[in-house]
Design a protein around this ligand. Sequence first.
Ligand SMILES: *[C@@H]1O[C@H](CO)[C@@H](O)[C@H](O)[C@H]1NC(C)=O
Ligand SMILES: *[C@@H]1O[C@H](CO)[C@@H](O)[C@H](O)[C@H]1NC(C)=O
Ligand SMILES: *[C@@H]1O[C@H](CO)[C@@H](O)[C@H](O)[C@H]1NC(C)=O
Ligand SMILES: *[C@@H]1O[C@H](CO)[C@@H](O)[C@H](O)[C@H]1NC(C)=O
Ligand SMILES: CC(=O)N[C@H]1CO[C@H](CO)[C@@H](O)[C@@H]1O
Length: 428
Amino acid sequence: MEEGSGVMLDCLLAIQRDLPGQAERLRLQNRSVSRTEAEGELTEVLLKFLGSRNVSSHIAASLTQAAVQQMLQGDLSALVKKNETQIKSEENVKDEEEFLCTEQLFHSFLQCLEDVVSQWIKCPPLPPHPHQLCVSVHAIRNTRRKMEDRHVVLQDLNSLFGLKDGVERSYFAVFDGHGGVDAANYTATHLHVNVARHEKLASDPAQALRESFQRTDDMFLLKAKRERLRSGTTGVCVLLDGVNLHVAWLGDSQALLVQQGSHVTLMDPHKPERKDERERIESLGGCVAFMGCWRVNGTLAVSRAIGDIDQKPFVSGKGDVTSHILSGTEDFVVLACDGFFDTISPSEVAGLVLGHLQESCGNWQHVAEKLVTAAKEGGSSDNITVLVVFLRQPQTLLDDFQAKGSNEGEPLFDFVGEGVEVASDHAG
Ligand SMILES: *[C@@H]1O[C@H](CO)[C@@H](O)[C@H](O)[C@H]1NC(C)=O
Ligand SMILES: *[C@@H]1O[C@H](CO)[C@@H](O)[C@H](O)[C@H]1NC(C)=O
Ligand SMILES: *[C@@H]1O[C@H](CO)[C@@H](O)[C@H](O)[C@H]1NC(C)=O
Ligand SMILES: *[C@@H]1O[C@H](CO)[C@@H](O)[C@H](O)[C@H]1NC(C)=O
Ligand SMILES: CC(=O)N[C@H]1CO[C@H](CO)[C@@H](O)[C@@H]1O
């Protein structure tokens, strides 16, 4: 405890000392920020800043929550641009969106952060102690083009959003953008805010996730309309709440669970050739045509996405959700974009991960990189993002794996993947 608050105090003092010189890095890049978007935008910019200073994720989450709330609880009406409103929907003319002056927002936010930091230096709050999962992430891009993937790792959703119902929550997501980075970037900034602020988060997390996808799409489409953005993004996210694992997705990004060395299918990606998706599209008057692969109206190869304003409503912004109760025997979950799963089959994943853990003596940090490399070697030319969340300690996984491997003849896997060769070496 003593040690924890010492680290926190040092960290706060360093921020206080450096803030004047580094304040510019908290300036919002978006020139137009609506009242609805303020929480997500401020949270994103401060988390990024604290992350770049290597502030631990729990301190970063609590500090961000305190500063953003202080900002939002104040009177924002002075920051509203009087002459710029946007009508949210044609039918409901009264429902107007207000935009904030980002320059003033930046200055007020800086003030809030300084206030919170100096308050906390005088009277530091108790540092939170939720357990930290081992998470490995790796992303590559085709060097000539822009990176259009985004990922989000929020180990402590509760501290970040001030949720106090005692159920531990963490959130992980991968977004695979197309036609520009804006939709993926927007979703990586706002989806988890919508989830955390959904009134049903505690009572019906699946519904909260489903509706948050739709809400994020609605919000992005407004921005897309005013800024003429035509990009879109698929995405998959995992919300761990207590012993529940919820997977929410839209499009062809996927999550895969590995339990005791075998893969468990969690979801069915949204592709235009799926019978229900094709029927939905056709009933709206669209079509699904084959052009290299099955495409909505002959263009997009996914049937659901956030954004893609020109393809709505055929390309739907509705997410799907599945929920699972964890028994404690689950090994890890992998989130990745289609560039990975097009090349690596689900049955290969466990072997690759365990093989890598064994080669590296339990060092899990580079597991995602190993998976990306395998996909690249398998022929994927796409940009690839892989995120691995260990649900048990990697060392325990490895110990079990090696114990089983030494029971001669007992196969650990119901398949033979590349990495499994390492296991037979060990057994021999
Ligand atoms: C944060 O950590 C990285 C990697 O350990 C290091 O390269 C970087 O200099 C650190 N940044 C700061 C501001 O301490
Ligand atoms: C709104 O007012 C500001 C300052 O008064 C001005 O700079 C801006 O151009 C105006 N915007 C519109 C859309 O009229
Ligand atoms: C991504 O979104 C954040 C938050 O809105 C913004 O600060 C950043 O500039 C955006 N990045 C790109 C590449 O658009
Ligand atoms: C999609 O196809 C339908 C039917 O062929 C057509 O009416 C519609 O304009 C097309 N939409 C787009 C965005 O291309
Ligand atoms: C840099 C790069 O390869 N970008 C591609 C990432 O993947 C999307 C979807 O497949 C492509 O549209 C991008 O061009």
